[in-house]
Design a protein around this ligand. Structure first.
Ligand code: BDR
Ligand code: CA
Length: 310
């Protein structure tokens, strides 16, 4: 039986590749895609979500969620993802409809309607939708099987401030709620995703698939890469969010430690930092499997094989 997941996301080129990877994989049943404000404002993230579903020729329902963080003004990342959030190839406006239900209601209703421990949440953006659902309906928290998310950093530092990674920084109060929730967490931080860099050969391989999906993925990663290459001097672009879906498909591609991770919500200097007790220097209880390594070749082999199916 396929594993039931809900993808909570702010597409984003790397979110888009993650969604395609999930939709291409029969081991996963994507119950819904819940959009949140993040890389770009909500009207664009929900639209981009529908565009990606349509590109994959699927009918996965897409819901719009929270348009602003719990307590703060939205910070966006057009400087990385472009004005639309999905800059690269020009795709037609989607005809795939937006669901009328709010994403938070969908999360609550779906978790209540399924047996406890059968739904995995996959957050790829700020944690506002998930935290709002947990606050509004505390009974659903214990029904979540697992949360596998992209966010944070330890040795790699931050990418939006010296201390904080974008997804956690945008809504640190929401992240705090999720990290304290008691739900088993698997975290893909920058320590992993900055090792999951595209290579020129891989991008050209995508292009030479000769499919609309291959063209789109190649153009998105080309767009995304210009920023990271200039900023980090790195070889390619880090495909952050697909690491979450790859973990569900092949957990052995990743290595990490089960440790305590807490979120800084007060200090102006380090707001949104994931304070990860990697060396276990405190007696704070472990709450997350915090990843540190990835088999880059295996990861890109998996992506090539799956995206080639769409
Ligand atoms: C995260 O922030 C976004 O820009 C990406 O989509 C990813 O989820 C990386 O820090
Ligand atoms: Ca994202």
């Amino acid at each position: 039986m396929p594993r039931k997941i809900i993808i909570d996301t702010d597409p984003g080129q790397d979110d888009a590749v993650a969604i395609l990877l999930a939709l291409a994989s029969p081991e996963l049943e994507v119950l819904g895609i819940t959009a949140v404000a993040g890389n770009v404002p909500l009207p664009l993230t929900q639209k981009n979500g529908r565009t990606v579903v349509e590109l994959a020729r699927k009918d996965t329902p897409v819901y719009a969620g929270c348009e602003a963080p719990l307590k703060r003004k939205l910070v966006t990342a057009e400087h990385v993802h472009g004005k639309t959030g999905l800059d690269g190839i020009a795709l037609p406006d989607p005809t795939h409809p937006l669901q009328p239900e709010h994403a938070v209601d969908f999360l609550i209703d779906t978790l209540r309607a399924h047996a406890p421990g059968t739904i995995t949440l996959c957050p790829l953006g700020p944690l506002t939708n998930i935290a709002t659902a947990f606050q509004r309906a505390p009974d659903i928290v214990s029904r979540v099987a697992e949360i596998v998310l992209m966010g944070g950093g330890c040795f790699e530092g931050g990418n939006i401030t010296p201390a904080a990674e974008f997804n956690i920084y945008v809504d640190p109060e929401a992240a705090d709620i999720v990290f304290r929730s008691g739900v088993p967490l698997v975290v893909m931080p920058l320590d992993v995703t900055h090792k999951a860099l595209t290579s020129r050969a891989w991008v050209e391989g995508m292009r030479s698939l000769g499919t609309p999906v291959g063209q789109a993925v190649a153009s998105w990663t080309d767009f995304f890469e210009r920023f990271d290459t200039a900023k980090y001097g790195s070889e390619g672009a880090p495909l952050h969010d697909p690491c979450v879906i790859a973990y569900l498909l092949e957990p052995a591609l990743f290595t990490g430690r089960h440790i305590n991770v807490e979120i800084e919500t007060q200090s102006p200097l380090t707001l949104g930092m994931t304070v990860a007790d990697w060396w276990r220097v405190t007696d704070r209880a472990p709450n997350a499997l915090f990843m540190g390594g990835v088999d880059r070749e295996g990861f890109y082999r998996l992506l090539t094989e799956r995206l080639g199916r769409l």
